[in-house]
Design a protein around this ligand. Structure first.
Ligand code: P6P
Length: 333
């Protein structure tokens, strides 16, 4: 992987131009989509900060219940992302977790964008990081033809790009396109610029952090309980630590940077798992694999799964290759 830009401070715009020049066949379309997502991310981040600054527990300036606050921010994020993505004229359909049906944008558009506009929003009360998750596909039907579900229900392997925008102590944009690796940008709010912070993230082959919501223990099958018993034993030896934030973007971000494994197994509470294949698992699995990690569901590669429905949920494990292989072996056996 050639170092993209030799300067110390690299803006998102410079990075996009440099990488686009690396791919002569690049049309600049994907670059435009990334610019649009980054713009929406800046605006959403500002609205989240505005909300938190006014006393997150009881923001007098807003006079709203926690649920009203969550709804306001999720709708705001959805609107900003849709508005930003419609400008380019190259998007055929936008699918967001909140909307009943896909938004038809441009019949001649070449791309489908699948979004979880703001995930983990209940964490806003405690100012934990929350995030926008995005997934970009090329349509499989003819340009100009009627929009089709075939363009949406594609296996995750067909993604041409995916990523997330994390709203935390700083706004971070993490994305990957095939062959470009995973790159992390942090927003300098005083300049309104995203700067390249970590280039070509590689997830450690083996990590010592495991992350899952153990309150579902009673609902797990015997294999998952056995795996957890092993992890807990190792934790007792001080070989492994337990971390769980309960905000998917934050938990996967930590796993990307520090290694280890994140799991959300199926249980009697969520028989088919809780996390959404199209909105959450595919985009994050793409990133984890581009960073040299592994992402599976019942020991099957997530990116190979043929989606059955837009709101399909699956069990998930993703992270360092060795940790995931160890888990698969126990759960498969
Ligand atoms: P639990 C948030 O709604 C979310 O979808 C993810 O961000 C997070 O990983 C998961 O739910 C947390 O679920 O049941 O552990 O609180």
């Amino acid at each position: 992987m050639r170092k993209i830009v030799k300067k110390e401070l690299v803006t998102l715009e410079e990075f996009i131009i440099e990488t686009q020049n690396q791919f002569p066949e690049a049309t600049g379309d994907l670059s435009q989509l990334l610019r649009d997502l980054a713009l929406a991310g800046k605006i959403i981040g500002q609205e989240i900060n505005r909300t938190i600054i006014r006393d997150p527990k009881n923001p007098a300036g807003f006079k709203e219940t926690p649920q009203e606050r969550i709804d306001r921010l999720e709708n705001f994020a959805s609107k900003q992302l849709t508005f930003a993505l419609r400008r380019s004229g190259i998007v055929n359909q936008i699918v967001t977790e909140e909307s009943e049906k896909p938004l038809q944008v441009d019949k001649n558009g070449q791309y489908v964008v699948i979004l979880d506009p703001l995930d983990g929003t209940f964490n806003i009360e405690i100012n934990a990081s929350i995030g926008t998750i995005f997934s970009i596909y090329r349509r499989v039907t003819e340009r100009g033809s009627e929009p089709s579900e075939k363009d949406i229900l594609q296996p995750g392997l067909q993604q041409i790009a995916s990523g997330y925008i994390m709203y935390g102590s700083s706004v971070m944009l993490v994305f990957s396109t095939e062959g470009l690796g995973v790159n992390l940008f942090t927003l300098d709010e005083s300049l309104g610029e995203f700067f390249l912070a970590i280039e070509n993230i590689k997830i450690p082959k083996n990590g010592n952090i495991f992350s899952l919501n153990t309150s579902y223990y009673q609902g797990w099958n015997e294999a998952v309980k056995k795996y957890y018993a092993i992890l807990r034993g190792e934790q007792g030896d001080g070989n492994i630590s337990y971390r769980y934030i309960g905000s998917l973007v934050a938990d996967v971000h930590r796993t990307l940077l520090e290694g280890g494994i994140f799991l959300f197994p199926a249980s009697t509470y969520y028989p088919k798992g809780k996390l959404k294949l199209m909105y959450q698992c595919n985009p994050l699995a793409f990133l984890v694999e581009q960073a040299g990690g592994r992402a599976s569901s019942s020991a099957k590669r997530i990116l190979n799964m043929k989606p059955e429905a837009l709101d399909q949920t699956i069990s998930v494990m993703m992270g360092s290759v060795q940790n995931v292989l160890d888990a698969e072996k126990i759960i498969r056996d």
